[in-house]
Write a protein that binds this ligand. Structure first.
Ligand code: ADP
Ligand code: ZN
Length: 677
């Protein structure tokens, strides 16, 4: 038996070490990227051939035989395999876990049939074909942006762009033109959009432009559809893919361009298992594939903005709305001065109330934004002053009325609304604060003749959200109140008023990005108003005035905000000036998690001392601000440095500990963490 019959195989496990198997020659001609069935413990699993192993190790273990070669066409192109390897290495995760995240579920299971089976070309699940539209004539700024991108496409090779364009400035038209050029050059295109934006409307907009030549990738599709989309791309039958973050791993053939729309959006970061950031990986994949990367936003993340400042990305600007409409006039309402509004309620102040009345009189529409779902964020006992908390998480339970119950927004557990306090038995339980359900009730009382609808995760699950937006478009809704869901989406010409009911939700979170996120959200939501010649205005109700995130959002002044915020980050050594990694330790036992965290931190400090590595600061261990979620206690160690490689050098020696934590403890590595909770 020759040496070349040994293969490194990627298996769906979090372990970092490669697995070695023998390939019997009778199975056919193996190639890198093919799927194989192998024995693993007492089970059989599907793995991927990673690389032949020319020099067999002095194996102290028995090397088992591969049982079956599952494909006769390689499912993973080499470019993708190299990319997955680099991604795994950068994020310090096992390749098995990365493959599991990256590839559609149908691929990593032992499925019958091979990928070479002719795939259906119909995109039935996308709905009936849509009529094509004539593209608008681009304005000067759009033309300049398109020219910069397309000339790079013609020249070939990597280049990254930041397309910084205000809301409604026609960024999508720029993407369309770039994709057109890529296609005419025989190259593929990949478009990543936030989870919340991948609506049938957006897909229709792309289909109206590109017909059936697009694949759609998101987790809501059936396993079969996801596999079909994958195959269409892999075989080059379809060259344009649009999807959410995991689409960064799509096997687009001859990749020419990757576009990330709303690149600042938090949903590009995966927060569980393989914690990657699709926006960051976009630059890596494009660079390796010699493709163009375009990161688009009205409010670029500080990381991206900084990359453009230091010349890593080329900046393209769209400073005006495409339809030449002015951005809305925004007024801040100081809630410390307006304690209550009409009818004594505390949700809608008098100025906002008046504006809503005027809007209704003109038969126009209003969007009201409140970033809290449910009826009331907590229930307080008037007897003992206790707030009712989730038994599994360290958060209060949210009172819901439709349908009634107490729900934990972290673990999803649901209880009946108690008639008395579980702690002291008192019966005066008082709902505290206002969520969207309560807001809807208050609005119905205030504006009894208006047609009011609510849009949040409870009311707009699945297709229901579409129905709500359709009604808004058809002007069957006068006032729409909702969570972040109302801040995105397409233009509604009759929406001339936007109200932010409480801008402070989120602003005071223990997270250095709280201010940036609030600013982005306010810019986004106020940008919904006045997309048409009717013009628009927006009101922001807040307790935090003056506050730069709010005051600068009022004037749509991204530049000043970003300059101030960058200054703060520079002083603190936070991203984009410093790099961060989080080691997240969790356990069902509060003692175990604490001991494991302290040991890990001690180990890190010892290595730090030995390496005489002054470039890294070790912060913690400390309990996470949200200490308990789903019955697991969570601790953190943060590593901060001006250089990624220094952080890496410190983590590498503890990988053993991380992979083999004490019993009952889990340790995860999060490079470039987004969530500080
Ligand atoms: P963005 O993605 O920057 O928020 P969109 O691409 O959605 O903006 O464009 C906003 C609106 O302006 C859309 O209705 C679009 O069709 C329209 N639009 C874009 N470019 C032009 C143009 N050059 N002339 C006229 N209308 C345009
Ligand atoms: Zn919970």
């Amino acid at each position: 038996m020759t040496d070349s019959t040994l293969w490194h195989v990627v298996l769906p496990t979090p372990l970092r070490k490669p697995f070695l198997y023998r390939m019997p020659t009778s199975l056919g001609a193996p190639e890198i990227g093919m799927r194989v069935r192998v024995p693993f413990g007492r089970r059989q699993v599907t793995g991927y051939l990673l690389a032949p192993c020319p020099t067999p190790p002095q194996a102290s273990f028995e090397i088992k035989d591969i049982l079956e070669l599952l494909d006769d066409v390689v499912p993973l192109p080499e470019e993708l395999i190299r990319f997955l390897k680099e991604a795994a290495s950068y994020y310090m995760h096992g390749l098995g876990e990365v493959f599991k995240t990256a590839l559609p579920p149908g691929l990593d299971r032992a499925v019958n049939g091979t990928l070479s089976t002719p795939s259906p070309t119909t995109q039935d699940f996308l709905g009936s074909p849509v009529a094509t539209v004539t593209p608008p004539v681009l304005n000067a700024e759009q033309t300049a942006a398109v020219e910069a991108i397309t000339s790079q496409l013609h020249n070939g090779g990597y280049r990254g762009f930041l397309l910084h364009g205000v809301t409604g400035s026609g960024k999508t038209e720029v993407y369309f033109n770039a994709i057109d050029t890529a296609r005419s050059l025989g190259k593929g295109a990949l478009v990543l959009v936030p989870e919340i934006s991948l609506t049938p409307q957006l897909i229709q907009r792309y289909r109206a432009r590109f017909g059936d030549g697009i694949a759609v990738l998101h987790s809501g599709l059936s396993v079969r559809n996801r596999r079909t989309q994958w195959q269409l791309l892999r075989t080059g039958q379809v060259r344009v893919a649009i999807g959410v973050r995991s689409a960064i791993f799509a096997p687009v053939d001859r990749l020419g361009i990757i576009i990330v729309d709303e690149e600042h959006d938090a949903s590009f970061k995966q927060e569980s298992r393989f914690t990657y950031n699709a926006r960051d990986l976009t630059l890596l994949r494009a660079a390796r594939a010699g493709a163009v990367a375009v990161l688009g936003s009205a409010t670029p993340s500080l990381e991206t903005y900084y990359n453009a400042e230091i010349g890593k990305l080329e900046k393209l600007r769209l400073t005006k709305r495409a339809t030449s409409q002015a951005l809305p006039e925004v007024t801040a309402i100081d809630l410390t001065k307006h304690h209550s509004g009409p009818g004594g309620q505390t949700l809608i102040t008098q100025p906002l109330y008046t504006a809503i009345c005027e809007t209704l009189e003109r038969e126009e529409q209003a969007i009201l934004f409140l970033n809290r779902r449910g009826f009331a964020p907590s229930i307080l006992c008037g007897g003992c002053g206790e707030v009712i908390r989730c038994r599994s998480c360290s958060v209060s339970l949210t009172l819901h009325r439709h349908p009634p119950g107490l729900i934990c927004h972290y673990c999803g557990s649901r209880w009946q609304v108690p008639s008395k306090c579980p702690a002291c038995g008192a019966t005066d339980l008082c709902p505290i604060g206002t969520g969207t359900q309560r807001a809807e009730t208050i609005l119905s009382d205030l504006f009894s003749s208006a047609r009011i609808a609510r849009m949040d995760r409870d009311s707009a699950a699945g297709k229901k959200g579409e129905a709500i937006l359709d009604k808004l478009r058809q002007r069957e809704i006068d006032i729409l109140v909702g969570t972040q869901m109302v801040t995105k989406g397409h233009d509604f010409p009759y929406v001339t008023l936007v109200g932010v009911l409480n801008a402070d939700v989120g602003l005071h979170m223990p997270d250095f990005r709280a201010s940036e996120r609030t600013f982005q959200l306010l810019m986004q939501v106020t940008g919904r108003a006045g997309r048409d010649q009717r013009g628009g205005r927006a009101f922001i109700q807040t307790y935090s005035t003056p506050h730069p995130a709010i005051d600068l959002a009022r004037f749509h002044d991204y530049q000043t905000f970003v300059k101030m915020e960058l200054e703060t980050r520079r002083e603190l050594g936070y991203p984009p000036f410093g790099r961060l990694a989080a080691l997240r330790i969790s356990s069902k036992s509060p003692e175990k998690v604490q001991i494991a965290s302290q040991r890990l931190a001690a180990e890190l400090r010892e290595i730090h001392r030995q390496q005489s590595n002054p470039g890294v600061t070790i912060l913690g261990p400390a309990a996470a601000p949200l200490e308990k979620v789903q019955n697991r206690y969570r601790w953190r160690i943060h590593l901060r440095s001006h250089r990624y490689d220094l952080i890496r050098r410190l983590i590498e020696p503890v990988l053993q500990t991380i992979e083999n934590p004490p019993a009952g403890v889990r340790i995860r590595i999060d490079i470039d963490p987004q969530s500080m909770l």
